[in-house]
Ligand binder design. Structure first.
Ligand code: FAD
Length: 241
């Protein structure tokens, strides 16, 4: 069973109507690598007996192991995100982790694409800010696709979190989650990114429905990407897929 860890909410900031940025300080160093996530225990238990626990990616880099940030989008009628949006400075939270393998590969080199959709930008920023990603930064390209400029984190905020050494940052709009044109447009953007022909590796995070198709396209294009370099936040691909 995962060991419960504790952190105190040091501060909160609203970055939009449905986006909360949390500053947290853990009671002990977390030992995480940029790109990983924690599982927050809301301590809410459903009538079925199931505990409401939700995954949130570390937004901040791993050079600092006790103070960290999370950014959480409020999902209509969602219990976990509603719990987070109710947190105030001074409150303690319980969580487990760090979890996940969405982190830099030892010995990797060359041009790296990090493509995030929607809230997946948190994992992308955490990865870019990982200490062990530093050597890949000059040839790294961050592409963030979201429904509109009002979605989740403001563009300027995202730009500010990207390390200065990062080769290229692009932010573009695609149709909203579930729209029939979303996947075709995401694929067209990936095709354009692939047309340069020198992509050594790729990471993708966010909408699982988009991830699944882009993963297949990357494999077909011969880019080094394995399932661990794909982090789905919602629309989870079926286990057998
Ligand atoms: C590895 C991992 C890391 C994550 N990191 C973050 C993060 O850094 N920030 C963050 O805000 N969320 C993140 N999430 C999503 C988070 O865990 C919850 O799913 C989200 O907060 C909704 O929980 P809820 O209880 O409010 O709603 P629920 O009742 O659990 O969700 C309602 C529905 O909304 C879907 N959903 C979740 N997120 C979205 C979205 N962005 N757009 C559309 N539908 C969505 C859920 O899959 C579900 O079907 C992450 C998920 C995973 C698996």
């Amino acid at each position: 069973m995962a060991v419960a860890k504790m952190a105190q909410v040091v501060g909160t900031e609203r970055l939009g109507p449905d986006t909360l940025l949390l500053d947290l300080c853990a009671t002990e160093p977390l030992g995480f690598v940029g790109g990983q996530y924690l599982i927050l225990d809301s301590r809410i238990v459903l009538p079925s007996g199931k505990a409401v626990k939700r995954a949130y990616s570390f937004l901040t880099g791993d050079a600092e192991q006790r103070s960290f940030q999370l950014a959480v989008k409020r999902i209509p009628e969602g219990l976990g995100s509603a719990f987070v949006h109710g947190l105030t400075a001074g409150t303690d939270i319980l969580f487990s982790g760090p979890w996940g393998k969405f982190c830099p590969r030892e010995g990797a080199s060359g041009r790296t694409l990090i493509l995030a959709t929607d809230t997946g930008i948190t994992a992308a920023l955490g990865l870019l800010r990982a200490t062990s990603f530093a050597s890949l930064l000059p040839q790294a390209q961050l592409m963030w696709l979201r429904g509109s400029a009002e979605y989740f984190l403001p563009d300027e905020f995202v730009q500010r979190q990207v390390p200065a050494a990062c080769g290229e940052v692009r932010i573009a709009a695609i149709p909203a989650v579930g729209h029939q044109d979303r996947i075709p447009q995401a694929r067209a953007i990936l095709r354009e990114l692939l047309s340069r022909g020198d992509l050594a590796q790729a990471f993708i995070a966010g909408d699982g429905a988009v991830n699944q198709v882009l993963f297949d396209d990357l494999v077909a294009a011969g880019v080094a990407v394995d399932k661990e370099q794909v982090e789905s936040f919602f629309n989870m691909p079926k286990k057998s897929a």
